[in-house]
Design a protein around this ligand. Sequence first.
Ligand SMILES: [Zn+2]
Length: 294
Amino acid sequence: MELIIGSHVSYKKEEQMLGCVKEALSYGANTFMFYTGAPQNTVRAEIKCEKTKEALALMQEKGMELKNVIIHAPYIINLANPKTSEFAVNFLRQEMERVEKLGITKLVLHPGSHVDVSREEGIKNIIKGLNKVIDKTTKVTILLETMAGKGTECGTTFVELKQIIDGVNYNDKVGVCLDTCHIHDAGYDLSQMDEILAQFDKIIGLSKLQCIHINDSKNERSSHKDRHENIGYGCIGFENLLSILYHEKLVHVPKILETPYVDKEYPPYKFEIEEVKNKKRNDNLYEDIRNFYK
Ligand SMILES: [Zn+2]
């Protein structure tokens, strides 16, 4: 089976999902992930059905499958803190409606930061919030993302994520998105991928792992920083990232790049996807990208 690989792409008011598909194709991707609007605010454009139809037709023509497409929930949603949880529940509910309207089934969500309440309390609030938005009619699967442990983030270990999943009544609609930069920053050693996956399987169950964010990290293991780096240019390294990209147990899982733009201007994804497909690090990555977009 072919590697399922894509990147973060932008969703614009006019072209909507059609624009996402076109951008993904320009990178040589066979899937993609997007925010339905700016992640830091609540402004959302009405979804245009005709654009969705055009997007789906283009995807079919190019062999892209909707089940591999990911939406990332806005990161202003924080279910963990009681001061923000009501807003978070309402906005998450609206986001899930938009996801369903687009026919997409996977929504990545940061579990939340507990801020000024205890971690235990934070986890309880996340569970409470998820139980308000997920019922037996829910079609979308919420993928809780593994977090780096920056500030007071919850969901930094597989055990914590399992605790959340166990508290949700309809938890067949809850899965996990594993972010390589985040787990590295949280303390997992990515040179031991078999060991990590064995742990994940034992604690959560591998069938729950439904999306992987592929990012290198600017910082050393256990730094709790969450700063993404381009593939092969950070502290995780190219070989370790390949070991998860091509892991035999993860063949069916969509892999999404969220690596930084070069010079804050040029998307690296076309070149990184090429590197990954060739299984060879591009030692000239930054120059190649600048030359291509200049
Ligand atoms: Zn995320």
